[in-house]
Write a protein that binds this ligand. Structure first.
Ligand SMILES: Nc1nc2c(ncn2[C@@H]2O[C@H](COP(=O)(O)OP(=O)(O)OP(=O)(O)O)[C@@H](O)[C@H]2O)c(=O)[nH]1
Length: 548
């Protein structure tokens, strides 16, 4: 391509030399008018060849000098032939080449101008302003300025620029052109223009620019969305770190995707520890030492992952006494339709559990003696009786009330009475066994619930309680004081078939103990309805016997 261009350039340079100056060196206009003289000097042998040259002359727009000899005529013929060859090459050029007078008049333009602009070289030559004819109007001023600069520059300096030519039918094409001053003997003799069609390249450049602009737009858009999603992520991270819940996202390959600060705290990781990408088995090995029952917990995790457990909340107990609730859920489906993983949510509920436990204690315990209160007594009674019905054992209920408690209050004050109550609670609490439950029902009234009881065991317990209370001695304001207890015993289901009646039986027995002189115990009797039923059963037996 470069070789072709330089060859074209050489051809054009030579052609322009001819076009500007005729056949350089020996063909000058001043010789043209002396053809008669030539014929005389060269004789008839040469006149035929001279005639042929004359026929060629119009094609070269130049005059024929008078050859001084046959040798000169040979050289003239060779020069014309060479000029003809060069002209044909110039005519066949794809690019546009043109030669202008220094004042802007067109000397010559290659026929290729027609393909580019629709104007023939003749039409261009006939135009008063061929530049204005060919150049796209918005580029005209710039083009003419560049031509003026080229005219002022030495011939070896080229003015190169790109401009648009306008086809006579309106289409516009980009050309890259070079303007150069042509000189002879150091004097400017014309301006040469070379223009290459660069429309395809320009269109490619435009397309490239459009693509780049589109890329820039989409990059700006993605940066915008990235910035927004970063903002959202930061907001979300701040939120997730601020809440008490520990959050752990595991991806579908069982690797940690996100862990918030509370989750790190709950599971004993450093606050700055990066767990992203760590596999679940590794995490499990790290927390195993914290768990009270690691094997059971990891079995539960496996059940959740296999779908055998629905991920509902469970309690996890840690060795340090903390209680953590855990729940989990599958995280939606990604573009490929597969789940994105699972989110695990942990909450350290130790404090809540302690508060709840404390509230329950407060609701169920007597604040003075720390014994279970009447409310818990009724709950426990129902539970133990239901258990006894299922497993068919007897339940004993011991109710006791202090004898002569009010006088202590009256004589030594309420605080003294309180001390008595606390001391008795401690004393009797030391007497009862682990499976027996001790209650303060209110005032100076207490109860002991004995599951799986028998007569002998109950009477032994009653004895120890009554004797234990009587054995206590107090001293208030330097004065000795003592008191006793009256105790009644009820037995389920022997005396009563429900809790209410059992209490009534034990209560009645206790009052019989008081009536019987206090400081004693009395075994209850079946409640009225129970005795009626038992009596009717007895009568029935007797009737049957009679019938026998
Ligand atoms: N110090 C104190 N006294 C209480 C408390 N609760 C109830 N009492 C008093 O305990 C007394 C109970 O009355 P009673 O059962 O008639 O007293 P008592 O002298 O033992 O009577 P008997 O059972 O007939 O022997 C009342 O004076 C109540 O005011 C308490 O928490 N602290």
């Amino acid at each position: 391509m470069v070789v072709a261009r330089s060859l074209a350039s050489m051809v054009m340079a030579f052609w322009f030399a001819l076009a500007i100056g005729g056949v350089a060196g020996f063909m000058t206009h001043r010789h043209v008018r002396t053809r008669g003289c030539v014929r005389e000097k060269t004789g008839s042998m040469l006149s035929g060849r001279l005639d042929l040259l004359e026929q060629e002359l119009p094609r070269f727009e130049m005059g024929l000098p008078e050859p001084a000899s046959a040798e000169m005529l040979d050289r003239m013929e060779a020069a014309v032939e060479r000029a003809d060859l060069l002209r044909r090459i110039a005519d066949g050029m794809h690019d546009v080449e043109a030669l202008f007078h220094m004042d802007g008049r067109l000397i010559w333009i290659s026929p290729s101008v027609k393909g580019l602009t629709g104007y023939s070289p003749e039409e261009c030559a006939a135009s008063d302003d061929p530049i204005a004819l060919l150049v796209h109007e918005p580029d005209l001023g710039f083009c003419k300025g560049a031509i003026r600069r080229a005219a002022e520059r030495p011939g070896n300096e080229v003015e190169s620029f790109e401009m648009r030519l306008e086809h006579r039918e309106g289409a516009v094409r980009w050309v890259a052109c070079q303007w150069r001053r042509m000189e002879r003997d150091g004097e400017p003799v014309g301006l040469r223009m070379s223009a290459q069609d660069v429309q395809d390249r320009k269109e490619a450049e435009y397309r490239l620019l459009e693509t780049v602009a589109e890329l820039r737009r989409s990059r700006a858009l993605s940066e915008h969305y990235l910035a927004r999603s970063n903002d959202e992520r930061m907001r979300l991270t701040a939120l997730l770190d601020a809440i008490r819940l520990g959050i752990l996202f595991m991806d579908r390959d069982h690797r940690a995707l996100y862990v918030n600060r509370p989750a790190l705290e709950i599971w004993g990781f450093r606050a700055d520890e990066n767990l992203i990408g760590v596999r679940d088995v590794v995490l499990q090995s790290r927390v195993a030492t914290l768990l009270q029952s690691p094997d059971a917990y990891f079995r539960h995790v496996a059940d959740v992952l296999s779908g055998e457990h629905d991920g509902a909340a469970v309690e996890v107990h840690l060795k340090d006494g903390r209680v953590v609730t855990e729940m989990s859920a599958v995280v939606g489906k990604g573009v490929d339709g597969r789940g994105l993983g699972r989110v695990w949510i942990y909450e350290d509920v130790t404090a809540q559990r302690e508060i709840a436990h404390r509230l329950i204690e407060l609701a169920e315990r007597d604040p003075l003696t720390d014994l279970f209160n009447r409310r818990r007594f009724h709950e426990e009674l129902e539970r133990v009786l239901a258990d006894a019905s299922r497993r068919e054992f007897e339940v004993g209920l011991l109710l006791f009330d202090l004898d002569g408690f009010k006088p202590i209050n009256d004589a030594f004050g309420h605080q003294a009475g309180d001390d008595v109550l606390v001391t008795i609670a401690r004393r009797v609490g030391g007497i009862i066994r682990r499976n027996e439950t001790f209650f303060r029902l209110g005032g100076d009234e207490f109860a002991v619930l004995v599951p799986d009881a028998d007569d002998a065991g109950l009477q032994e317990l009653a004895r120890r309680i009554v004797e234990g209370v009587a054995a206590l001695s107090f001293e208030f304001d330097g004065q000795p004081a003592s008191l006793t207890a009256s105790l009644g015993i009820g037995l389920f289901p022997r005396h009563a078939r429900d809790g209410e009646r059992l209490v009534a039986v034990a209560d009645a027995a206790m009052y019989r103990a008081k009536e019987g002189g206090r400081n004693r115990w009395v075994i209850g009797e079946p409640a009225r309805s129970e005795s009626d039923r038992m009596r009717s059963s007895h009568d029935e037996t007797k009737t049957l016997r009679r019938e026998d």
